[in-house]
Design a protein around this ligand. Structure first.
Ligand SMILES: [Zn+2]
Length: 421
């Protein structure tokens, strides 16, 4: 084949256009192809005829050879409309028969090459295997399902079904009931109005699936959502193994993880973390914020309710003086975020005159101030719990905060190896 080999609608040299062709021209009725010297220059619906290509076109197919099996396609389309993924109970069938192998959990070559239908025709069996049918409590077992691709209706052998599932089937004018053989309890009920004993249709896509497949199909929901869907029988899984999803790990991370901080302090007050929390409710004493100061080495924390954020500078100045006098230790560095309560002239002057290094986290990068944020979360959890337990309104949060700080400083702390101060 040369590089010029391609499908060329103008390449037909015979007098018969291809079946279903709509390229006949108004100015050359019946003429095929629309040669340039026959009533117009072949201005077809796809534009001018590229005559040069016809030189290199491959030999045309014989006019008598159909390009595709039109009758076969129509028959296949008709069969598609008739084919149904649901099952029909059939007391005359010796085996379960289905037209798709997509329902099989396990498959093998069938020992039966074909089945005989009522008209006496033989339909080929492509393979066989086992499958399941969803039930209220547990799925029904379908063993030795013959896959017959040309089958119009999927047949469920009554004999085989009752034998494999230890049940009985009772038919009535409206449908049928599958009952447990021992307890006589109805384990499946199906009403149908189409004159056949059809089994409640289960979308074929619901069969032979794992939790992972459903996780992918449903747009990667969490394990809890999948568990709920399985629990209320909205989805059916044959395999429950849920593996870690690489796409989720990549797709659901809004940012790369922060590396663990390598800075380690060796003395109390070598580094203190500061942050301010804004309360949605003003305390009974009028406080709207609180400042938390956490010592990196001991994990001891101090809290100061504030009416205004501007009080932060005063509290930090006084705290450093307190530490210096009481412990004879200098505060060497202060870690804070970029809030104006920490970045202002008053504090800048104080830090400069005291030789304190102010370490600021990058803007919008709160994890760099993680220790202070974590201690605020712990304190708030204790405050909320104390108030709820004592049936106290939220406006007493500042009072609860004092208790929470006292308690947190005395609890075992994982950051200092489960010891407390
Ligand atoms: Zn996923």
């Amino acid at each position: 084949m040369g590089p010029w080999f391609c499908y060329n609608p103008w390449a037909f040299q015979g007098s018969v256009p291809p079946p279903g062709s709509s390229w006949q021209q108004g100015n050359s009725p019946g003429g095929w192809p629309p040669h340039g010297d026959q009533g117009g220059r072949g201005q077809g619906i796809m534009g001018a005829s590229p005559q040069a290509h016809t030189v290199f076109a491959p030999p045309p197919p014989a006019p008598s050879t159909p390009l595709w099996d039109q009758a076969g396609l129509i028959a296949a389309l008709n069969q598609m409309a008739l084919q149904n993924s649901g099952w029909v109970m059939d007391s005359g069938a010796t085996s379960h028969m289905h037209n798709s192998d997509g329902i099989l959990i396990s498959r093998q070559l069938s020992s039966i090459p074909s089945i005989t239908v009522g008209s006496g025709h033989h339909l080929p069996v492509s393979c066989s295997g086992s499958s399941t049918l969803p039930g209220h409590a547990s799925p029904f077992s379908l063993r030795n399902v013959l896959v017959v691709p040309s089958l119009v209706r999927n047949l469920l052998s009554v004999r085989q079904f009752t034998r494999d599932n230890n049940c009985t089937i009772e038919f009535d004018a409206f449908g049928f009931s599958v009952k447990d053989l021992q307890t006589r309890r109805v384990i499946l009920r199906s009403n149908s109005s189409d004159g056949l004993y059809t089994v409640p249709a289960t979308p074929q896509a619901n069969l032979v699936t794992s939790t992972d497949l459903w996780h992918h199909r449903l747009g990667h929901p969490g394990a809890a959502a999948l568990h709920l869907l399985r629990h209320n029988n909205s989805i059916s899984c044959n395999k429950s193994a849920h593996t870690l999803c690489h796409s989720c790990q990549l797709g659901k991370h809004v940012r790369l993880p922060f590396g663990n901080s390598s800075s380690v302090s060796s003395l109390p007050f070598e580094l203190i973390h500061c942050d301010v929390w804004t309360s949605p409710v003003a305390s009974i004493s009028g406080a709207q914020y609180y400042l938390v100061i956490l010592d990196d080495f001991t994990h001891f924390c101090w809290t100061f309710p504030l009416v205004h954020k501007s009080e932060v500078a005063t509290h930090i100045t006084q705290f450093c003086a307190f530490v210096h006098t009481q412990f004879s230790l200098p505060v060497k560095a202060v870690q804070a975020d970029n809030g104006t309560e920490f970045v202002n002239n008053t504090l800048a002057t104080f830090f400069a005159s005291s030789g304190i290094h102010l370490r600021l986290s990058c803007p919008y990068t709160s994890p760099q101030n993680g220790k202070a944020e974590r201690i605020i979360r712990s304190l708030n959890n204790i405050c909320r719990t104390l108030l709820i337990h004592a049936h106290m309104p939220p406006k007493y949060w500042a009072e609860a905060l004092a208790t929470a700080t006292y308690l947190l400083n005395r609890r075992p702390c994982s950051a200092i190896h489960q010891s407390s101060l």
